[in-house]
Design a protein. Structure first.
Length: 536
C-alpha cells in the first residue's frame, strides 16, 4: 500500500517545489538586518575572514598560539574571505558584501533539502517499491525545508550550518560507491574530500561517522574504499598546509587541540546537566513526542509480530519488503539515540551543536510518518473488511479520499507547529547594536567607539566597523565607565548605548555628559539604540 499515488515522472516536480519553498524562506531570511545568535558566528568566521582580506580583525584566543590553542582551522574563514575579496575587487558596498556572506550560508542550507532527498532515496533498499522510496525521501526533504530550528540557523555563519551539506554529500557518494562497482575513482575521492572537510569544520563529527558506520558496516567493505581514504587524507593535507601557513605550527594541531578542548576545556564556557538536550528538544515540540511514541510502539509491536509468526529471529534480517522499513527505522533510531547520548555526556551544550543530529532525526521522522500513514490505512482496510462498513464498489474511492485527507492533516500539523515555533523565536537578537556599529563605521570622522552593553562579545567589531586603527572600548557596567571616562574626549568620539541601559548609566543623561556628546542617530527596533557623538 503506497503513501501517495504519483506519477514517477512527476516526482521531481514535487522535490523542486519543496526546494523552491525552502530556498525562498532562507533567501528572505538572509535579507534580514544583521543579528547574532552566538558570538561564534563572528569570531569563528567573519572576523577572521575580515582579517585575511583587509588586514585587521578581532582574533580571539581560539586563533592565537597557546597551550590549548589554536583550535580552529583556517579553512572555514577562507570561504567567507573569498566572498569578501571578490566583493572588494569589483567594488561592492561593504554592507552588501556582508549580506553576500549570509546569502551564501542560505544557499548551502538550501542545498541540504535536495541532498537529503537523494540520501534517503538511496538509503532505502530497492526491495521497497520505487514510489514508496521517493515518497519517504519527499517527506524527509519537506521536513528539512520547513523545520524551525534549521530555518533559525540557515543564514547565520556557523560552522555547524556549513558542515551539514558536506556530511550528507559524503554519505551519498559513499552509498553510490557501494551500489556501483563501476563508480569512477574521482567520485570516491570527492566523497572522501567532503568527509574530510566536514571533519575539518567540526572535528567532533567523527563520532557521528563512527556511529553511522556501526549500523552500516557494509558501506566500508565495498571496493574502492582505498580511494575514499585517499580523498580524506588529501583533504587533511590541504587543510594542514593552509593552517601551517596561517599559524606556522604543526599542520594537524588544530584538530587535536579542538578535540582536547571539547572534552576537557569547554566547561569554562558553560555547563548544562545530562538530559539538557532531551528536555530542550521535547519541551518545544509536541509533534516530536507523538512521533517518538508511535515509532517506539511500531518497533515493539512489529518485532513481536515477526517473532510470533516466524519463531525465528533470523527472519528479521532477510530484508523482505515487509520488514525493510522496520529495519531502517531501528537503524535510524539507534544512530539518533547514540549521537544524542554522546552530546548529553559532553558538559558544554548548545542548541546548534545538535544540528547534524537534527537532520538525521528528521529523516527518522520521515520514516515514522510514512509508517504511521501506512499503518492507518492498513487498520482502516482491516476494519472495513471486518465490519463491511463501506460498499465494495465505493471502497477504493473512499480510501483514496481518506488517504489524501490524512496526508493533508499531517502536513498541516507539521507546517503549523514549525511555523509557530519559528515566528515566536528570537532569531536575530542584538541586531540594533550591529546596525549602530555599521553606521559608525561609515562615518569618516570616527576616531574611537565606546559600546555600552552587558554582553559585549555579541557585537561584531572590526567586521562591522570596517575601519582600520579604530579602538573599540566595551563598557559592561557603570564602574568600568567611571574608570575609563577620562579618556573619552581624547580618543573616543562615538558611543553606542541601548535605551534599556540608561537607568544604570544615569550620568549619560546628565547635563555634564550632554555638554560633551549629542545624539547623532537612533536605531529603532525591539531594543532601540542611541548613537552619541562627541560635539565639536
Amino acid at each position: 500500500m503506497h503513501l501517495i499515488t504519483l506519477k514517477i515522472k512527476s516526482i521531481n516536480i514535487y522535490l523542486i517545489i519543496i526546494f523552491l519553498i525552502g530556498s525562498l524562506i532562507r533567501f528572505l531570511l538572509s535579507f534580514e538586518i544583521p543579528g547574532v545568535i552566538h558570538p561564534d558566528e563572528h569570531y569563528q568566521g567573519l572576523e577572521i575572514a575580515h582579517y585575511l582580506v583587509y588586514g585587521y580583525g578581532e582574533l580571539t584566543w581560539e586563533w592565537r598560539l597557546s597551550e590549548i590553542a589554536p583550535i580552529r582551522s583556517i579553512m572555514f574563514p577562507l570561504q567567507l574571505a573569498f566572498i569578501m575579496k571578490i566583493g572588494s575587487i569589483i567594488g561592492l558596498d561593504y554592507e552588501l558584501i556582508l549580506f553576500l556572506t549570509r546569502l551564501w550560508t542560505a544557499i548551502l542550507s538550501s542545498l541540504l533539502i535536495i541532498l537529503v532527498y537523494y540520501f534517503v532515496f538511496l538509503l532505502i533498499p530497492e526491495s521497497m517499491n520505487l514510489k514508496s522510496r521517493k515518497n519517504i525521501a519527499l517527506i524527509a526533504s519537506f521536513l528539512i525545508a520547513i523545520n524551525s530550528v534549521l530555518l533559525k540557523y540557515s543564514w547565520h555563519t556557523f560552522t555547524n550550518v556549513y558542515v551539514l551539506p558536506f556530511i550528507i554529500a559524503s554519505l551519498i557518494l559513499l552509498i553510490k560507491k557501494y551500489e556501483s562497482y563501476k563508480r569512477m575513482v574521482s567520485g570516491c575521492i570527492i566523497g572522501g574530500l567532503f568527509m574530510s572537510y566536514s571533519l575539518i569544520l567540526r572535528p567532533e563529527i567523527i563520532i557521528f561517522y563512527i556511529i553511522f558506520f556501526i549500523f552500516n558496516v557494509k558501506y566500508l567493505l565495498a571496493k574502492k574504499t582505498i580511494y575514499w581514504i585517499i580523498g580524506i587524507f588529501f583533504g587533511q593535507i590541504i587543510s594542514g598546509i593552509f593552517d601551517f601557513l596561517f599559524y606556522g605550527t604543526s599542520p594537524f594541531q588544530t584538530t587535536i587541540n579542538f578535540l582536547i578542548f571539547q572534552t576537557e576545556g569547554s566547561e569554562f564556557w558553560g555547563i548544562q546537566p545530562f538530559g539538557y538536550y532531551s528536555y530542550l528538544f521535547l519541551s518545544k515540540n509536541v509533534v516530536n513526542i507523538f512521533l517518538l511514541i508511535f515509532s517506539f510502539l511500531y518497533i515493539i509491536i512489529s518485532l513481536g509480530v515477526i517473532l510470533y509468526k516466524s519463531r525465528d529471529f533470523s527472519l528479521f534480517f532477510k530484508n523482505t519488503k515487509r520488514d525493510v522499513l522496520l529495519i531502517r527505522l531501528i537503524k535510524f533510531s539507534g544512530i539518533t539515540f547514540l549521537y544524542l547520548l554522546f552530546w548529553e555526556v559532553i558538559s558544554h551544550k548548545e542548541e546548534r551543536f545538535l544540528l547534524p543530529w537534527l537532520v538525521f532525526f528528521l529523516i527518522f521522522q520521515s520514516l515514522t510518518i510514512f509508517l504511521m500513514i501506512r499503518t492507518g490505512l492498513f487498520v482502516s482496510t482491516k476494519i472495513n473488511n471486518r465490519f463491511k462498513v463501506f460498499d465494495k464498489n465505493n471502497f477504493l474511492i473512499i480510501m483514496n479520499q481518506l488517504k489524501y485527507s490524512f496526508i493533508a492533516l499531517v502536513l498541516f500539523i507539521l507546517v503549523v507547529q514549525n511555523s509557530f515555533l519559528f515566528l515566536n523565536s528570537d532569531s536575530t537578537p542584538y541586531q540594533e547594536i550591529e546596525l549602530s556599529v555599521l553606521y559608525v563605521g561609515k562615518q569618516q570622522d570616527v576616531t574611537g567607539l565606546v559600546v555600552v552593553f552587558s554582553r559585549p562579545h555579541y557585537i561584531g567589531t572590526m567586521a562591522y566597523l570596517h575601519q582600520p586603527n579604530i579602538p573599540v572600548l566595551r563598557i559592561t557596567n557603570s564602574f568600568l565607565y567611571e574608570n575609563y571616562s577620562f579618556i573619552f574626549p581624547v580618543r573616543y568620539n562615538y558611543l553606542i548605548i541601548p535605551h534599556e541601559y540608561y537607568s544604570e548609566f544615569e550620568f549619560i543623561t546628565s547635563d555634564l555628559f550632554k555638554g560633551k556628546y549629542i545624539i547623532d542617530k537612533t536605531v529603532n527596533g525591539d531594543y532601540p539604540v542611541d548613537v552619541w557623538k562627541l560635539s565639536n
